[in-house]
Design a protein around this ligand. Structure first.
Ligand SMILES: [Zn+2]
Length: 303
């Protein structure tokens, strides 16, 4: 196998019309970042007809007409950004005076990001990480990635004929573009697999969403794990008639901690002599009984 074939194979370039010459790979700084630059050429015989006017190319009406260089972003190579400097064949139609470029499956027409990069970014989006991290790693603007997310979201189809027996509801601050302040997420509480994410958590909106599941499907849900948001309790009672509501223990502990701290602060304000002591040993008061040692406890009691 020649070096050209080895390189195209490594880069996962399947288009046979793209050739990479010997010694065509160099490392350069692009926007201050070390980048692997691969020089390649895309050419093939003039097409059988002109894509602009449609004339059949029997009398050599469409001819080769020089090259145009396009820079295409590839997925990273050994943790380095990669750029394909592709000289694309230009064609000229004598019949309509139009010029057009050779096409390749590697990249969409008039685009500068390869399809492999697009698919890699989509796979990255499955992981819990920010769009900014991905955009930095792939040398793509975060607005481009947001556009991709919006373009593919309609392709997701939720199966409204099946629900897990054990669900978990929560909300989180997602992105600026969404309608609500908080987005709603629900998952299978046994496996942790996310089922869907909704743009806001208004109860009426959530009710109309869950009513898309038939009643018999909703009736099979046995438990729903939630935080202490009272809207969810009303939602579950109406939408999941047989479900037991479970308050997540993290939120119970969080509530106890907050309440305890409120009492501690009130005590500190009442008795200023104990202000410094209560502040200094506040973590000691919150410690598990098993983790307490005699020395620290004694110091606290003596003081
Ligand atoms: Zn033409």
């Amino acid at each position: 196998m020649s070096n050209c074939n080895n390189t195209t194979n490594l880069l996962n370039i399947e288009d046979k019309n793209i050739t990479i010459s010997e010694d065509a790979i160099e490392t350069k700084k692009v926007n201050g970042v070390d980048t692997k630059i691969i020089h390649a050429k895309l050419t093939y015989n003039p097409p059988s007809s002109c894509p602009c006017c449609g004339i059949v190319n029997d009398n050599h009406d469409v001819i080769k007409y020089g090259f145009k260089q396009c820079n295409i972003i590839l997925p990273q190579i050994s943790s380095m950004n990669a750029l394909l400097c592709l000289k694309k064949q230009r064609f000229y139609c004598k019949h309509c005076d139009a010029t057009f470029l050779a096409k390749t499956r590697l990249v969409d027409y008039n685009r500068s990001i390869s399809k492999n990069t697009f698919l890699s970014v989509l796979l990255e989006l499955k992981e819990k990480q920010s769009v900014y991290d991905i955009s930095r790693r792939y040398n793509i603007s975060h607005t481009t990635i947001h556009k991709w997310v919006h373009s593919i979201k309609d392709g997701f189809i939720i199966n409204y004929h099946r629900l897990p027996e054990h669900l978990a509801f929560d909300e989180f601050k997602s992105v600026k573009e969404v309608k609500g302040k908080m987005s709603f997420i629900y998952a299978n509480s046994k496996t942790g697999k996310v089922i869907d994410i909704l743009t806001h958590r208004h109860i009426n909106y959530l009710k109309s969403y869950f009513y898309q599941y038939p009643r018999e499907v909703r009736a099979k849900v046995k438990t729903v794990c939630i935080d202490m948001y009272k809207g969810y309790i009303e939602l579950i009672r109406q939408c999941f008639p047989n479900a037991i509501i479970i308050t997540d223990r993290f939120h119970v502990v969080q509530l106890i901690n907050r309440s305890f701290n409120n009492v501690r602060i009130q005590c500190m304000k009442l008795n200023k002599d104990n202000f410094r002591l209560s502040k200094r040993y506040c973590k000691l008061l919150l410690k598990n009984y098993e983790e307490l040692d005699q020395i620290h406890c004694m110091v606290f009691i003596i003081k």
